[in-house]
Design a protein around this ligand. Structure first.
Ligand SMILES: *[C@@H]1O[C@H](CO)[C@@H](O)[C@H](O)[C@H]1NC(C)=O
Ligand SMILES: *[C@@H]1O[C@H](CO)[C@@H](O)[C@H](O)[C@H]1NC(C)=O
Ligand SMILES: *[C@@H]1O[C@H](CO)[C@@H](O)[C@H](O)[C@H]1NC(C)=O
Ligand SMILES: *[C@@H]1O[C@H](CO)[C@@H](O)[C@H](O)[C@H]1NC(C)=O
Ligand SMILES: *[C@@H]1O[C@H](CO)[C@@H](O)[C@H](O)[C@H]1NC(C)=O
Ligand SMILES: *[C@@H]1O[C@H](CO)[C@@H](O)[C@H](O)[C@H]1NC(C)=O
Ligand SMILES: *[C@@H]1O[C@H](CO)[C@@H](O)[C@H](O)[C@H]1NC(C)=O
Ligand SMILES: *[C@@H]1O[C@H](CO)[C@@H](O)[C@H](O)[C@H]1NC(C)=O
Ligand SMILES: *[C@@H]1O[C@H](CO)[C@@H](O)[C@H](O)[C@H]1NC(C)=O
Ligand SMILES: *[C@@H]1O[C@H](CO)[C@@H](O)[C@H](O)[C@H]1NC(C)=O
Ligand SMILES: *[C@@H]1O[C@H](CO)[C@@H](O)[C@H](O)[C@H]1NC(C)=O
Ligand SMILES: *[C@@H]1O[C@H](CO)[C@@H](O)[C@H](O)[C@H]1NC(C)=O
Length: 416
């Protein structure tokens, strides 16, 4: 994860320069509305984006340039979509740079699909010394599920990382699939919610099937579910595991951790397979968990990312960690681990996985290949060693105590 931390600065002059530069450049926001053929708005967006591009210079080093998307953008190529085509917002600015985001929806929510930033390294003001000249694209993802008919509002910054490009997106007001050209009520992103004071937007009903009552006693281990993802050639990803989510997000601002199990019987699973990534998406009522597997050195796979969406009425939370390196095994085998493993998704949410077996690549005939067992499970040797060491220690202590006792006694007899 990238961190944007300002070092404490002992030089007021530099700080002043920095501040005045920021004031001069000004925080920029762009505002656009995409309209359908009846002149009704279908996408509304007002947001600020700061972009940092890392590029290769002609002195074969790499350099970073940071610039905001300006307030003046054009929207050629944007569209409200159709039955077969996703709505897309495209903004053009400067010297052939563009920022585009397309959207998907299901019955209750919409989300961003692909955020593609395309930059033209021919632009000599931004990339004066670029080694390669021309258009480069950096795909990323932005905008987790938002309830339909509502406007997503988020003042807090979100850092979106793509290939060679890091974007800071903030002060967002956005709605896609706007019904009838009228913006819906605003829903606030988690980051903006006052914390730890209770959120007033969430009625504390207990009727919801997805919000478990806070439990103080530990839960039973979750049931192991079996999941598959298929492509044209049949099953391409296999997974079986029991999942428990533990989060402080459900406690309405109070810092109470609530664990709940994912019930494999109500999960709908799907996903995608390519020769470089595999994704497994598990949807249970209002909980969506997505696992992304990637390849390392072509012959090993690993769990690269997990994201979790919790939907509760008009409130929803999206948490992700795309910087994992767990569950690694060779391609052509499967990864197995019986012991509980915790995956930290965010400061306020982690997943416990039990009895994991996964194979995201090279699946034949829909069956797991040889398992590579995690080191956690290797306690067949560790336990005897620990017990043995403890016993040896105990024997040594007893012998020493006995010897000391005898000596003392012996010495005592001598003085008499
Ligand atoms: C974005 O960049 C502008 C200057 O171009 C700066 O004023 C603003 O604070 C930046 N915003 C964030 C969230 O980094
Ligand atoms: C759409 O609305 C704008 C202003 O609201 C108007 O200028 C334009 O003529 C309208 N277009 C159509 C096709 O109705
Ligand atoms: C990203 O940057 C690296 C180093 O500057 C470069 O080798 C690579 O080609 C760049 N990738 C893209 C997609 O621009
Ligand atoms: C450019 O930014 C990336 C992360 O965005 C960082 O890892 C890298 O060190 C930076 N390079 C320079 C030359 O500042
Ligand atoms: C959004 O665009 C990306 C890249 O062009 C594409 O792969 C993806 O399928 C699009 N999403 C939808 C919902 O069409
Ligand atoms: C969204 O609004 C449209 C039109 O007003 C309505 O048909 C639809 O049921 C609404 N959907 C949700 C999930 O509220
Ligand atoms: C960039 O410049 C090169 C030549 O310098 C040219 O061939 C190319 O078409 C330009 N690309 C764009 C996107 O402007
Ligand atoms: C949508 O617009 C049509 C025509 O403008 C109107 O008849 C209808 O009542 C509107 N529906 C909603 C839910 O606003
Ligand atoms: C998953 O598969 C195992 C072994 O085939 C089976 O014992 C278990 O009942 C299955 N679990 C579910 C939830 O279907
Ligand atoms: C399906 O199998 C064929 C033949 O083995 C292969 O050429 C093709 O790339 C496979 N397609 C996918 C999507 O894996
Ligand atoms: C997964 O299932 C959901 C809901 O059934 C659907 O909206 C989504 O498009 C599916 N994704 C893929 C990649 O098939
Ligand atoms: C993935 O598949 C595509 C087309 O099937 C192929 O062009 C590409 O080289 C493959 N990549 C790897 C890493 O095997």
């Amino acid at each position: 994860m990238l961190r944007f931390v300002m070092e404490p600065c002992a030089c007021p002059a530099a700080l002043f320069l920095l501040l005045s530069a920021a004031v001069l450049l000004g925080a920029t926001a762009f505002e656009v509305e995409i309209k359908d053929d009846k002149n009704a708005t279908c996408i509304y967006a007002k947001l600020s984006v700061n972009i940092t591009v890392q590029y290769e210079t002609n002195t074969s080093s790499s350099k970073n340039v940071t610039f905001p998307v300006p307030s003046k953008v054009t929207t050629n190529g944007s569209s409200c979509g159709s039955d077969s085509e996703a709505p897309i917002l495209v903004t053009h600015f400067g010297n052939s740079h563009s920022w585009s985001l397309n959207f998907t929806k299901n019955e209750s929510t919409y989300s961003g699909s692909a955020l593609i930033f395309t930059y033209n390294t021919n632009d000599t003001t931004l990339f004066p010394d670029a080694l390669r000249k021309g258009l480069l694209s950096s795909p990323a993802t932005f905008l987790g599920p938002v309830p339909l008919n509502s406007t997503y509002k988020c003042i807090s910054s979100e850092v979106v990382v793509g290939k060679n490009v890091t974007q800071i997106i903030y002060d967002v007001k956005l709605e896609a699939f706007v019904p009838n050209g009228t913006l819906g009520k605003e829903v606030t992103c988690d980051a903006d919610k006052p914390y730890p004071s209770p959120s007033p937007t969430q009625p504390s009903t207990t009727a919801s099937t997805t919000t478990p009552a806070p439990t103080s006693k530990p839960l039973d281990n979750p049931t192991t579910g079996n999941y598959t993802v298929s492509d044209v050639n049949g099953t391409c990803l296999l997974a079986s595991m029991g999942l428990q989510i533990n989060t402080s997000l459900l406690s309405e601002g109070e810092n109470i951790w609530t664990p709940f199990n994912i019930d494999p019987w109500v999960i709908k699973s799907n996903g995608t397979c390519t020769n470089q990534t595999g994704t497994l998406i598990l949807t249970e009522n209002s909980t969506i968990i997505e696992f992304t597997f990637a390849l390392k050195n072509k012959n090993h796979f690993y769990l690269e990312g997990v994201n979790v969406t919790l939907i509760n009425g008009s409130a929803f939370s999206y948490r992700q960690n795309q910087n994992l390196s767990d569950w690694e095994a060779s391609v052509g085998s499967s990864y197995m681990c019986h012991k509980e493993q915790q995956i930290k998704v965010s400061e306020d949410l982690f997943i416990s996985a039990f009895d994991v077996r996964v194979q995201p690549f090279g699946v034949h005939n829909g069956t797991f290949d040889t398992a590579q067992q995690c080191s956690l499970d290797d306690d067949s040797i560790v336990i005897p060693i620990v017990v043995g060491a403890a016993l040896t220690g105990l024997i040594v202590i007893i012998v020493v105590a006995y010897l000391i006792g005898r000596r003392r006694g012996y010495a005592g007899y001598q003085t008499l």
